[in-house]
Design a protein around this ligand. Structure first.
Ligand code: GUN
Ligand code: FE
Length: 430
């Protein structure tokens, strides 16, 4: 581990690549990032004279890129990765997902799985995550504690469900509110990097009364919200039948104060109407694009370009266990591939995502949900990965091509260091 004391100022030297804007890729060959405390002071092609005497860590020919951000995943589905992909969403929840999540009533089981999960998140260079836990208060607290111990960034939410799910996952509305508030009070100011998030699972499993009260709780404590929206035809039909009084899916969340009244992430967004997309833009609601999960559950393809054209904030989600792999780098590739199918399906009207755009979505796109995260601009928190891509081939190619190749064919073995909030994070030693 590189030691860096509080108030330390340090220069990191290497081939620096980042994206501060959708579609734009910036790079400096053999450049310097100056970091003081947690934050970036500046990025330079030379070492400015005033920094001549500071600690310099030279990464040679390696790449320095922002840490990856996973805007949507389910911690208690970690053990189900890569299994049970023979069902659509609602049957998949019933047959595989709910029974697995039920196991997290056992703290011992949670300990085993959550330790493995956090090691994998670290390994994959995911420096910030937005996470659904299960309905269980103690397992959720454990997960928050493990993240704090590991030094990785996360929003973590205890899942709220008070209807339409198995007995062992249903809780009375009042109990959900009490337990959610208890976690907020205990954790909201405990760590700068790890915080609670309010988590109604989706409309079918949340009564209007629960949604309303969760919305009020979020507003009272200024806690963000995450949920799912418009992922699957049958889910959307079900929501229409449950709530014929509303114009569309988004209006239900919006009516109950769960759609941008506090910072909000909605996962999937495959079948949103133009009106819903406009509302997401107006309310600043984030879309978590989860292409692997969308393929695996035969949900469909999110028209990411439509959201970007309407200036909706978009990030990437692995959505494990519907997604099979906890890798944001691989999710970038899937997002590009999905967008090419969408381009074909749209008679070539919806332009596909470029590598620069996918890289932005998996770094600053999702990172902005955490504040100044996901880029190497002045004042941003220093979340970074050091990439040794020599095993991928040593032909003389540009920095952009090296980044693209790492994203397409590299893996965690190419990541030699992971920095979160200015700190070099070693493998969690649980
Ligand atoms: N919708 C409601 N719950 C879930 C879940 O766990 N995974 C996915 N992909 N969609 C959901
Ligand atoms: Fe999900």
């Amino acid at each position: 581990m590189l030691t860096k004391n509080h108030n330390d100022i340090c220069a990191y030297k290497g081939n620096i690549i980042w994206s501060s804007q959708l579609g734009k890729l910036q790079s400096i060959e053999k450049g310097y990032i100056i970091v003081q405390d947690n934050n970036i002071k500046g990025v330079f092609s030379y070492l400015p004279a005033q920094y001549n005497n500071i600690t310099l860590k030279d990464f040679g020919n390696k790449l320095i890129i922002p840490g990856f951000v996973d805007l949507h995943l389910h911690a208690p589905q970690f053990a189900n990765r890569g299994m049970g992909m023979d069902k659509e969403l609602l049957q998949w929840l019933e047959k595989y997902t709910f029974p697995e999540e039920g196991k997290f009533s056992s703290l011992d089981y949670a300990k085993t799985i959550y330790k493995e999960l956090i090691k994998e998140i670290w390994k994959q260079g995911i420096t910030r995550s937005v996470i659904f836990s299960s309905i269980h208060k103690n397992s959720t607290r454990l997960l928050l504690d493990y993240f704090i111990k590991a030094g990785l960034g996360a929003y973590i939410g205890k899942v709220a469900m008070d209807r339409n799910c198995p007995d062992y996952l249903i809780q009375p509305t009042e109990v959900i509110l009490e337990e959610t508030e208890e976690i907020i009070i205990a954790y909201n100011n405990k760590s700068n990097l790890v915080k609670p998030i309010i988590t109604p699972r989706f409309i079918p499993t949340c009564t209007p009364s629960l949604l309303k009260k969760l919305g009020e709780l979020a507003y009272k404590y200024n806690i963000p919200i995450q949920s799912h929206i418009s992922e699957n035809f049958r889910e959307i039909e079900w929501v229409k039948n449950l709530h014929p009084e509303f114009e569309n899916y988004a209006e239900i969340y919006n009516h109950y104060g769960c759609f941008g009244q506090v910072p909000t992430v909605m996962a999937h967004c495959i079948y949103n109407t133009e009106e819903e997309i406009d509302l997401m833009n107006k309310n600043g609601v984030y879309a978590a694009h989860c292409p692997d999960a969308n393929y695996n559950l035969a949900n469909g393809i999110m028209p990411a370009r439509k959201f970007l054209d309407k200036d909706v904030k978009v990030g990437l989600g692995t959505d494990i266990g519907a997604g099979h792999k906890l890798s944001i780098k691989d999710t970038m590739v899937s997002a590009i591939q999905a967008s090419k199918l969408k381009w074909l399906k749209s008679n070539k009207t919806l332009k596909w995502l470029t590598i620069e755009e996918a890289f932005y979505l998996g770094t600053k796109g999702g990172g902005s949900f955490f504040g100044k995260v996901g880029s190497f601009e002045e004042g941003f928190e220093f979340d970074a990965l050091i990439i040794d891509d020599t095993p991928l081939g040593t032909t003389n190619i540009s920095l952009k091509e090296r980044l693209e190749r790492f994203i397409y064919i590299g893996d965690d073995r190419n990541i030699t260091h992971r920095f979160v909030g200015g700190k070099d994070i070693s493998k969690p030693n649980f």
